[in-house]
Design a protein around this ligand. Structure first.
Ligand SMILES: *Cc1c(COP(=O)(O)O)cnc(C)c1O
Ligand code: SF4
Length: 333
């Protein structure tokens, strides 16, 4: 007899989706009906592994070698070309560690490297060479939390990485409980791309935990192109906002992916419909292996001014660059 449960297709949990992510370019390209004749990718000797969750891959256009989502994750031969000025630690983070696993560059905000990996490996990532192994681990975490607790000038804790939402809900629960006990903290900010890859990551448990935190909670997601926002992601983002979280988006300006005002205007509109406000557009940090994504400053300025002329002010993200040693992200105006 066919039981009811064999007929019902259960959506996978986020952890199962992670385990089933594509780890070989060829497998993803097969699923998209593409091969080496369409796109000259590389798959051997990658110093930064290939990893793409399936829910994200399903938003790529079948048979399109120029798909803007595919272009963010597919390793190209250009990665192996050395380009002057493109280096392993492009924003000088290793010198700005207050402790291993704890970065502080800006007044009032400390950033914890809470996890040493992500759900996806974006080829343009400024931390693609980051020595995560030096920074993660429970002892370092304990020391970092003690350090934050001893410094009353810190009012906001940022969980970053890697992707902090790779941590399981019960672990996050206890981490949040510990940081809530630090009286001078007012805000908890989570920088993540995981729910963009796998919308099921916004579990009820996680949203409920953020919702009842005594800290004001901010989630900054990372979406570069409007095609990343399908109905499933939009409703997950709206649920996060309904849980009382301020949801913001940051993007990286990427050549041939989102380097035009029309695409970025569509992104801002789609974000707003998903209850997300555009926050930053980062100019690419000059990280080794990503020079082919670079957009020149004068082009970025033109795009920014065209965007201002197209959109209401609250839908225009700030175009910024990170300059090592500066006291804030630097506007490119
Ligand atoms: C970018 C960044 C922040 C956050 O800066 P905001 O302008 O507040 O978004 C905080 N700490 C570090 C180390 C950063 O790189
Ligand atoms: S999600 Fe962010 S930190 Fe992770 S690989 Fe992509 S750009 Fe880098």
């Amino acid at each position: 007899m066919i039981t009811r449960s064999t007929l019902e297709i259960q959506p996978l949990s986020w952890a199962d989706e992670l385990r089933q992510a594509f780890t070989k370019p060829k497998d993803l390209l097969d699923a998209l009906g593409l091969d080496k004749n369409h796109v000259a990718y590389i798959d051997d000797d990658l110093d930064f592994a290939f990893k793409v969750p399936r829910p994200f891959a399903r938003r790529m256009r079948y048979g399109d070698p120029c798909d803007p989502l595919l272009a963010q994750v597919l390793p190209l031969a250009a990665e192996t070309t050395k380009v002057r000025g493109f280096i392993t630690d492009p924003v000088g983070e290793l010198d700005q560690r207050r402790l291993q696993g704890l970065l502080q560059k800006y007044h009032g905000r400390a950033l914890l490297i809470a996890a040493g990996a992500c759900a996806v490996n974006c080829r343009y990532c400024f931390r693609r060479h980051y020595p995560y192994a030096e920074d993660v681990g429970s002892q370092r975490l304990n020391r970092a939390i003690d350090e934050i607790g001893s410094d009353p000038t810190i009012s906001e804790l940022i969980l970053s990485g890697g992707d902090p939402l790779l941590l399981k809900d019960d672990y996050l629960d206890s981490l949040i409980t510990r940081v809530e006990s630090i009286g001078h903290l007012r805000r908890l900010r989570i920088h993540t791309r995981l729910p963009v890859m796998i919308p099921a990551r916004f579990t009820q448990t996680l949203l409920e935990r953020l919702s009842r935190s005594r800290l004001s909670t901010v989630v900054v997601v990372h979406i570069n192109h409007p095609n990343e926002i399908d109905n499933e992601l939009a409703s997950a983002l709206r649920e996060c906002q309904r849980a009382g979280v301020s949801v913001l988006n940051q993007s990286v300006l990427l050549r041939d992916i989102n380097d035009d005002a029309k695409t970025l205007a569509a992104l801002s509109e789609a974000l707003f419909e998903a209850a997300v406000l555009p926050y930053y557009i980062h100019l690419l940090d000059p990280v080794a292996g990503a020079a082919h994504f670079n957009v020149e400053d004068d082009i970025a300025r033109l795009i920014a001014s065209e965007l201002r002329n197209r959109l209401p002010g609250y839908l225009v993200p700030k175009f910024v660059r990170e300059i090592s040693g500066e006291l804030a992200k630097t506007p490119i105006a």
